[in-house]
Design a protein around this ligand. Structure first.
Ligand code: PLP
Length: 411
């Protein structure tokens, strides 16, 4: 978001005019930022075969999927429905990897039938998969390197108590299953969490995975997951992807040399690619002064953006309607009949009732986790692409709320 003549704009379009045109609450995404983030990774990991699979659970709008496809990305999916969306968006099956957790063998078989790459994260399913397909369908195995990483416990997946992946200490067991069922292991995978700041944490995980990799003779790719931290505040520190790229490509090249084959290095970022590309706009319904604080109550709540309440995530909030006013202290809350606080004691330019607030970092896990709680409509989504605004999801209506309900006659 830039400021033009004192007014906030995205790709030259004033944000207030976007909000007027499509109404609030509203999600707005900027493809230029998605591309900037994608290019950062491509630039950081040079000299190796690199494939970036966009972890689409962060934001699955078909237009966003098609945009990443146009950049050359593959897709990381966690449900058969995401696989189907990816295919609908035009991805080749081989450019989609299915990385579910605790799904049924039936769902995995459906993914096999759709021709996508399969990633398995437990020994039971691996055994059944081998029994079913032998070496006919290659698989990727998700290992858990047991490193504590990630912003908080809800978003870290690599620790000892995590449900994700097969423990590295079960390597012998995996080897036995692979050998006895004649399974072709074409990929190895790890994903240790979200918001990992420290390059060394990544490298430790990578070293562990690369050491394991010598055990498997048919590898084609190694997938190092995601977890790059993005900026949540104007001067936040983020994962140094250039440093990571430099160190990891060096390790990866050395590995390929000793392995005797050039493998593909894969990553599957979600947040890194779309978090900063998204803005959430909501209008202030009421300014409520209590004995303790000044609340700004907006026309939205945890039904539309649950991350602050669910993960204690920080979303920077600005008043786009009053950009030059003196900052004051506000607690920004939603309209849900439950405590839904977006931010305590935020310094925001003076808010008047009717002003539009903008929440940053709303591209990842924002709209995707939106619900109809309190029987509210989910917001519309707008994409800003090459200087133009496009409605990509229309606002819901009452019909949407009751579409799947069935009236019974005996009442
Ligand atoms: C959620 C998820 C990702 C993306 O994580 P981000 O923190 O959004 O980058 C990547 N891989 C897998 C397997 C995931 O489940």
């Amino acid at each position: 978001m830039e400021k033009i003549n004192g007014k906030y704009a995205i790709q030259g379009i004033p944000v207030l005019s976007i909000c007027e045109k499509y109404d609030t609450p509203l999600y707005v995404y900027d493809t230029a930022i998605m591309k900037r983030q994608y290019d950062k990774l491509i630039h950081a990991f040079q000299g190796v075969e690199l494939k970036i699979n966009y972890a689409c659970k962060a934001l699955t709008n078909l237009n966003v999927l098609r945009f990443f496809k146009s950049l050359g990305a593959g897709l990381d999916t966690v449900s058969i429905q995401e696989v189907m969306l990816g295919l609908k968006a035009g991805f080749a099956p081989n450019d989609i990897i299915f990385t579910p957790n605790c799904v049924s063998l039936e769902e995995i078989k459906m993914a096999v039938d759709l021709g996508v790459k399969i990633n398995i994260d437990n020994i039971s399913i691996l055994e059944q998969f081998g029994h079913e397909y032998g070496n006919k369908i290659p698989v990727c195995i998700r290992f858990n390197p047991h490193i504590m990483a990630g912003g908080n416990a809800k978003i870290s997946t690599g620790h000892i108590d995590s449900k994700f992946g097969i423990s590295i200490y079960q390597l012998r067991h995996v080897e036995r299953v692979v050998a006895s069922q004649n399974i072709r292991v074409s990929g190895l995978h790890m994903h240790t969490g979200s918001d990992i700041l420290d390059v060394d944490v990544f490298l430790r995980g990578a070293d562990i995975l690369l050491e394991l990799a010598h055990t498997f003779k048919d590898l084609e790719y190694i997938d190092f997951g995601s977890g790059f931290k993005v900026a949540y505040k104007p001067d936040d520190v983020t994962t140094d992807v250039d440093l990571l790229g430099e160190k990891m490509t060096e390790r990866f090249k050395n590995f390929c040399q000793s392995y005797g084959k050039k493998l593909t290095l894969m990553f599957e970022p979600g947040k890194f690619l779309v978090s900063e590309a998204g803005y959430f706009f909501a209008k202030v319904n009421v300014i409520k002064q209590t004995t303790a604080t000044v609340f700004a109550g907006i026309d939205s709540g945890l039904n539309h953006l649950i991350r602050p309440m669910f993960y204690d995530s920080y979303h920077h909030i600005i008043n786009v309607s009053n950009p030059d006013a003196t900052p004051r202290i506000y607690t920004v809350v939603g309209y849900i009949c439950e405590t839904d606080t977006f931010g305590w004691d935020r310094k925001i330019n003076e808010i008047r009732e009717g002003d539009v607030l903008c929440f940053f970092n709303a591209g990842a896990y924002g709209f995707m986790m939106a619900s109809n709680y309190n029987s509210r409509f989910r917001p519309a989504e707008v994409l800003i692409h090459e200087g133009k605004d496009y409605l990509i999801t229309r606002r819901e209506t009452l019909d949407d709320l009751i579409r799947n309900q069935i009236m019974i006659e005996s009442i």
